[in-house]
Design a protein around this ligand. Sequence first.
Ligand code: SF4
Length: 177
Amino acid sequence: MDSMDIILNVSGIADDSIVDGPGMRYTIFVQGCPHHCPGCHNPQTHSYKGGKQMTLKKLLTEIKSNPLLYGVTFSGGEPFEQAKALAVLGREVRKLGLHLMAYSGYTYEELEEKRKTEPEVGELLDEVQLLVDGRYEQDLRDLTLLYRGSENQRLVDLDAMRNAGDLQTVVLWQEDI
Ligand code: SF4
């Protein structure tokens, strides 16, 4: 099977979002989330049933059709539950020169732990440039935070960490566009 025929279970798409990361973005909300954070704004994404089955080919065609995009964001739901498909799509997105961002209810440290038993988690993480990590904590809700819902969540600058050659020390992202 062509890797572009892989199916992603999608809850929804925002094809010209300006709230899911820097610049104009194509945001994919995946279906299925194990975290069940109280107060979650996307409870319809929790179930692993339902959602829309979309091929990576279809998603990539839509992404390519908008020359104004700065980047692509994987949101949820929990993107790392569909890491295999998103790692393939993420690689293609990066080849187009687009910026790749992902949300996760897992912390960066938890994802690094998960990659030891689920290689596809590592494959996706290796493509992501900017990660918003951690569960939504409604007691720490802050509407003024950039791209995040609660104070515990971080904007993890994976590109900066790679440039520094140190993937152990989390570097927080500073807006530069
Ligand atoms: S990780 Fe995100 S989608 Fe999942 S329950 Fe928490 S806030 Fe909702």
